[in-house]
Write a protein that binds this ligand. Structure first.
Ligand code: ARG
Length: 580
């Protein structure tokens, strides 16, 4: 249990022993630090409830708090705020407990099984900036949930089905009509065919085919037919589809790995499609499908809606299944394969309506137990200086790779040539660039848009990834130079109170990040903890301090801050280079 939580329980019991009934109290950071580090606000509520002067209530509580040597400087302010400061002896004992195992200072959540749908890359299309956000936030949420004791399965949920793939296959057919995949008389083994197409080609083919389909009705019709063939697993077309998926998946995996993003499941929309027949049975039995203009729809409106809620398109008039239906089939698949307690979707905020329709339809047809939580975790867009989704200079879609390169140009300039060897510079600059991008992406509340600003993101000062990396590397190098044995806290000195207060706050930050499903609190906390430590570091010479009790305590402090930083950077999936 975290230090703060155990204090809250202790204080609750103290208030009870003073004769007052109270729920578990919250220890708040003091709004007037000159009176104490923390404050307890319960006296007012208790006084009001039982009709007693809150200051008298506070006095009773304080008399009991005084009996406990965890607190000092206990005083009452205003109508009955109780200010307290933690005693040195209490801090020494608690800090020594978490030294070498900072996880002891983290409160866990009730254990649940969660499927986290994130990444969402589309096969045969280059990953773009939007996919960065999903991968980045999703991976960190997965790690955060695990840190807090949850069982999480991360699923890449690839977009590998539907019209875009039909278009790609059609364009390949136009380019290479003689490939055996298109020869109905071919009876050989498709796996022996060498496809003259690389992933780079695929990334060009889709935009080309997509443009053609918008200009040419006949072309679009052909793509539709091919899409149906794929969905019916028609020999040849289906085999080519499998090949395209596998080429693209290799590349997607590499990009994700470079971002430190790893999935437990590599399922895609095409896997869910296998559950479609069963899904349809369920929806028919539950009587929720309606016919409308040759399509099947589900009414998902609710009386309390005050904005339009269009019906969910279950089967389109041309017989194909929609993106919504694919997501319903995915819910069925996940329920059958994994029986999760919760499913989280880390997806662009602009898809909120889609998920609202899907969740409502799932509830309406009792597709999944009512206790299973379906949670949409929408994120905003990364915009350019013009406030519009970030594009390349010539207005094209910014791929993830070129985005990383753009930041790398900037971080490369800041690599210290005295510490990093020439041949390692590129690699280190890339690691720092990814950290810069990731951290900047976590900093605003996830649902907010933010503006891409390379020189700000890559700065070595301020709230940036490079600042955190640089500071953490410096702590590590300090710790490597330590020659003292038996590092423990021997004394608490005034200089370190701020840092200690931040250390104590760790668990609250993680809990609130978990509740909000946003990493901004952790990003802010990392900065706060690190800068408070750096301030202390600038004012004191840790390794050469002559008073051994001070020196050893300062080293212990450095060690805890270093451990928290590495733990949190690891949770955010930000890699720390050895040098920079
Ligand atoms: N592939 C989709 C896209 O690029 C994202 C998938 C999100 N997940 C889901 N279950 N629909 O927009």
């Amino acid at each position: 249990m975290s230090i703060i939580k155990s204090l809250e329980i202790k204080i609750t019991n103290i208030i009870k022993s003073a004769g007052y009934d109270v729920e578990t109290v919250k220890l708040c950071n003091s709004s007037r630090p000159e009176f104490g580090e923390y404050q307890i606000n319960e006296a007012m509520a208790i006084g009001k409830k039982i009709g007693k002067n809150p200051r008298e209530v506070a006095t009773d509580i304080v008399n009991n708090l005084n009996l406990d040597n965890s607190f000092t400087n206990i005083n009452i302010a205003g109508p009955g705020f109780i200010n307290i400061t933690l005693s040195d002896s209490f801090l020494l004992e608690e800090l020594n407990k978490i030294l070498n195992n900072v996880e002891l200072n983290i409160d866990k959540q009730d254990k649940k099984k969660i499927i986290l749908d994130y990444g969402g890359a589309n096969v045969a299309k280059a990953l773009h900036v939007g996919h960065l956000r999903s991968a980045n936030i999703g991976e960190a949420l997965k790690r955060l949930a695990r840190l807090l004791g949850q069982e999480v399965l991360g699923d890449a949920h690839l977009g590998d089905y539907g019209r875009p793939l039909g278009l790609v296959i059609l364009e390949i057919k136009k380019m290479y009509p003689d490939l055996p995949y298109f020869d109905p008389n071919y009876c050989g083994d498709y796996s022996e065919i060498k496809l003259p197409i690389t992933n780079e080609d695929l990334e060009k083919i889709y935009p080309l085919a997509s443009t053609k389909s918008k200009e040419d009705e006949q072309y679009l019709e052909e793509a539709r037919e091919i899409t149906v063939k794929l969905q019916n697993h028609e020999r040849g077309y289906y085999d080519l589809w499998e090949k395209v998926v596998s080429i693209s998946k290799e590349e997607i995996k590499q990009v994700y790995e470079r971002l430190n993003v790893y999935f437990d499941l590599w399922k895609g929309e095409s896997d869910a499609a296998n559950y479609f027949d069963e899904l349809k049975d369920i929806f028919e039995k539950e009587n929720v499908l309606e016919e409308s203009n040759n399509a099947l729809i589900i009414d998902v409106k609710k009386e309390e809606d005050n904005s339009p809620m269009p019906p969910l398109l279950f089967i389109k008039s041309n017989g194909s299944i929609s993106y919504e239906t694919t997501d319903l089939a995915t819910i069925l698949e996940r329920k059958k394969l994994f029986s999760p307690d919760e499913i989280w979707y880390c997806v662009d905020g602009r898809q909120e309506l889609h998920f609202e329709q899907v969740f409502r339809a799932a509830r309406k047809a009792n597709l999944i137990d009512n206790n299973v939580k379906l949670t949409f975790i929408g994120f905003g867009t990364m915009n350019g200086q013009d406030g519009k989704p970030f594009k390349t200079r010539d207005g094209g879609v910014m791929t993830l790779k070129s985005l990383i390169d753009l930041v790398k140009e900037e971080t490369l300039k800041r690599i210290n040539p005295e510490t990093v060897k020439e041949e390692e510079k590129e690699e280190v600059a890339t690691t720092v660039a990814i950290a810069a991008l990731k951290y900047a992406d976590f900093l605003p509340f996830r649902a907010k848009d933010y503006i891409f600003d390379v020189s700000k993101f890559a700065d070595l000062e301020g709230k940036t990834g490079p600042y955190l990396l640089y500071s953490t590397i410096r702590m590590k190098s300090l710790l490597q130079k330590v020659t003292d044995k038996n590092i423990t806290f021997l004394e608490i000195d005034k200089n370190t109170r701020d840092v200690i207060k931040n250390i104590l706050n760790l668990s609250n930050v993680l809990t609130s990040a978990y509740q909000d499903k946003s990493l901004n609190d952790i990003a802010e906390y990392l900065y706060k903890l690190t800068s408070s430590y750096n301030k202390f570091y600038a004012e004191n010479r840790v390794l050469t301090e002559e008073n051994p009790a001070k020196r050893i305590s300062w080293i212990a402090l450095t060690s805890i801050v270093y451990d928290i930083n590495t733990l949190l950077l690891e949770t955010l999936a930000i890699e720390i280079p050895n040098k920079m």
